[in-house]
Design a protein around this ligand. Sequence first.
Ligand code: OAD
Length: 254
Amino acid sequence: MTEKPETGALIAVLTRAKHVAVSTGAGISAESGIPTFRGKEGLWKKYRAEELATPTAFTQNPELVWEFYEWRRGIIAEKVPNPGHKVLARWENVFPVFSLITQNIDGLHQKAGSTDMLELHGNIWKLRCTEEGTVSENHQTPLEEVPPLCPDCGALLRPHVVWFGESLSPTVLHKAFQLSSECDVMFVIGTSALVQPAASLPLSAAEAGAKIVEINPDPTPLTPYADFSFRGKAGEILPLIDEELKKELQSKKG
Ligand code: OAD
């Protein structure tokens, strides 16, 4: 169990904040049992990303790529949000403006009750037609056919995720940088802060004057820019912060 961290100064900042933004990575879903990418049990240690999560791999062997995503969808389908996801869902209704930006494709923020977020790297529960570009939601595991085909035109469907060597949606990215530059506080939770452009969002927030709060058991390249660093698990630290925040807001009301 994480030692109870000192939260007083952060709570003072949060109670004054008009816009709180949160940027999450694989670490927030670690306590739900979804492997992170770069840890000891990191996904890419067992499976070579360059063989599976690239447009070239999909062109060469769509069955293999889909088998990999079927495996991941199967794992993720059984997982449930942890207390960290739940606090973030609650925070939608706590701050005057709240923005959630995630690199995760697992859909656990939605499962926890978050209704509005930017998914920088797409969503594993969405499929995209390789011909028409249409996106549909599909939660079936396993899928009826692998690789799945577009019901409208018969072309291959692909996972609606960003692969290595692909660009992020310019619209989503533009919005993410806009929110980062507008917020008063940005939480950076469970990301190794190694993958661009996501890793630059907190830097642009800091440049615009936002306070940066990092929650991660390990230091990252972002740590030197953080005003508050919590060394621990998101599923433990976030509920502790939330508890103190609730107390403070209640004492202000009363
Ligand atoms: P990483 O696997 O690179 O980093 C996960 C981070 O979470 C590490 O810094 C861990 O220390 C931290 N962590 C582990 N358990 C935690 C917990 N319980 N609470 C808080 N933090 C914890 O994952 P990302 O930074 O999300 O991109 O990876 C970024 C991108 O790299 C992914 O979105 C994916 C991958 O390539 C694409 O697929 C496009």
